[in-house]
Design a protein. Structure first.
Length: 315
């Protein structure tokens, strides 16, 4: 049976300043993107991780040297890994200093053991290959693949779990289950449970219902250690999606959204930390305001290889 978000544990332990700052940097980065789209200053689309920021923040110190496969909702994964809001914003805005010269945009980022794409489920087989390489070369590294509840409709997920378990590949599958696949509630598109699907392949399964960063790390540290020894695992986060699916297509009612706002992590963190939270949030807002102004003033990004091959591209 699916556990409702209202059942999430309310306890919060004392968070390090660095973790709180990172949580609020990700939050305000995503809010800034939505503001830029609303103002007509960005093209294409973007999928924010509003409400789910604590997942990559909790995992970050456990995965410092590992290969992370992100997805379409991956800005938080990138920022938790690299602390580089300027490079990511420049990438999304197509400005100088962009992570991938502006050709990847919001969803397709590649950098130093990090890859994100917008194709649902495609990262799982690739992650198994990377994990198998690590096992064969004796590196104590793992491949981490972030997916959502909607991705369990892809056959590649099951092929990957089958191969990972057979070959004892050090693969960690992180499921960020926010209860809604684009606009379809999970219970209307997912038969059975994620736990049963993982266990069908004899893959370790762990369910996370809380949002306390310290508690999550303590619970998952031994799980990650086991994965390094060749025991693949699925970690299932029960999240809340605060923002729209993409930049402005939320089909939920105002009553539903109000309920989510009252229960998602930042509301409880704000109550718990009080002035400390407010001050950190104000600093993150100021950082992002300055960054938006600075990156917006940069010249357009150029891809040197493209310009060399097609001189007209520089025009």
């Amino acid at each position: 049976m699916r556990v409702q978000a209202a059942e999430m544990a309310p306890e919060i332990t004392e968070l390090a300043d660095d973790d709180l700052e990172l949580l609020l940097l990700i939050r305000n980065f995503e809010l800034a993107l939505l503001d830029l789209f609303a103002a007509g200053q960005l093209n294409g689309t973007t999928h924010t991780c509003l409400g789910q920021e604590y997942v990559p923040v909790a995992l970050a110190p456990l995965l410092r040297d590992d290969f992370v496969f992100s997805n379409h909702r991956g800005h938080g994964h990138y920022l938790a890994r690299f602390r580089d809001p300027a490079g990511l914003l420049a990438e999304i805005m197509g400005r100088s200093g962009a992570v991938c010269a502006g050709v990847g945009g919001s969803q397709h980022i590649y950098r130093d053991g990090f890859l994100s794409t917008g194709v649902q489920g495609q990262s799982l087989p690739v992650a198994v290959g990377v994990a198998l390489h690590y096992r064969r070369t004796g590196e104590e590294r793992i491949a981490v693949a972030h997916i959502g509840d909607g991705t369990w409709g892809e056959g590649s997920v099951y092929e990957a779990l089958n191969m990972a378990r057979l070959w004892q590949a050090p693969l960690l599958v992180v499921v960020e289950d926010n209860g809604i696949a684009q606009s379809t509630p999970t219970e209307r598109q997912l038969a059975g449970t994620v736990s049963d699907r993982a266990r069908a392949f004899d893959v370790e399964y762990h369910s996370i219902h809380g949002t306390d960063v310290n508690a999550i790390r303590a619970e998952l540290a031994p799980v990650v250690a086991d994965v390094r020894r060749g025991v693949p695992a699925v970690v299932h986060f029960h999240c809340l999606r605060l923002g729209p699916h993409s930049k402005g297509d939320d089909t939920r009612s105002e009553a539903e959204l109000a309920d989510v706002r009252a229960r998602e992590w930042s509301a409880r963190y704000a109550r718990h930390y009080g002035d400390r939270f407010a001050a950190a949030d104000a600093r993150a807002k100021a950082v992002m305001a300055d960054l938006v102004a600075e990156v917006s003033a940069r010249p357009p990004s150029r891809w040197p290889g493209l310009v060399d091959a097609y001189p007209g591209a520089a025009a």
